[in-house]
Design a protein around this ligand. Structure first.
Ligand code: GLP
Length: 235
């Protein structure tokens, strides 16, 4: 099985391509969309917002959320999703892990049930510089479902730019597991910029290993990778 690789000029063109794939999936009856946060999918959401796509009968399920943040916290992924997509293109229901849930064990169970009840038709992914997907850091088992993760120093440092102080970056997150991600019928992974080039090469050409979580996608039968020239540089 080969991943379908699309090389684009820049993130704007990449977002346009991805939004077209969402549009086509919708037209073909897809109802459940797995969504991602971070800087990478921003252009995809911009193109979706401008498009005629109608998600009002669809369901969205996000990959992850920081533990400890309220949904109204401006750094929360729920807030990001509201501002980048949901306010303009509402879904029938939009699920994210609840960062301020009282009980972590119950929260991960609740989220696994959400995913089990709503099998994902199309999952959007970004990739961390160390090859992580969602918040599944290197070394996480490919079998995991939703779980609470301790973020690695590299991920905390990479995400510090969104916070006033590196100290403010949460140390834990809830993340959909790789086992759940792999059950999605189709997957789009986007990567833009030269700081992703190494992770992209390992994901596509490296061995399938838990040391590079994204490499598991080599075993999925329907993956489209959208990369700009900088992120494709090591291929
Ligand atoms: C974060 C998110 C991931 C995201 C990755 C890359 O840690 N949990 O879902 O793909 O980092 O982020 P960015 O797109 O900002 O480079």
């Amino acid at each position: 099985i080969k991943m379908n690789i699309i090389i684009v000029k820049d993130s704007s063109e990449g977002g346009k391509k991805a939004s077209k794939l969402f549009y086509d999936a919708c037209a073909n009856g897809a109802k459940v969309f797995g969504l991602a946060t971070g800087s990478t999918p921003v252009t995809t959401y911009q193109h979706l917002v401008k498009s005629k796509i109608d998600f009002s009968k669809c369901i969205s399920i996000n990959l992850d959320e920081y533990v400890g943040l309220k949904p109204t916290d401006e750094q929360s992924y729920r807030y990001y999703m509201e501002k980048n997509l949901f306010e303009f293109k509402p879904f029938k229901r939009s699920y994210l892990p609840q960062g301020d849930a009282a009980n972590a064990e119950e929260e991960v169970k609740r989220y696994d049930k959400v995913i089990a009840d709503n099998p994902i038709d199309l999952q959007l992914l970004g990739i961390g510089r160390n090859g992580h997907i969602g918040f599944n850091e290197p070394g996480s088992s490919f079998d995991l479902t939703t779980h609470k993760v301790a973020l690695t120093p590299s991920t905390i440092a990479a995400n510090a730019r969104f916070f006033e102080d590196e100290e403010d970056v949460p140390k834990y997150a809830y993340s959909m597991g790789i086992g759940s991600i792999m059950k999605s019928k189709s997957i789009i992974l986007e990567a833009f910029g030269d700081n992703k080039a190494d992770a992209v090469a390992k994901m596509i050409e490296g061995p399938v290993t838990e040391e590079c979580p994204a490499s598991v996608l080599q075993k999925h039968s329907n993956v489209t990778v959208i990369v700009d020239e900088a992120a494709a540089a090591n291929l």
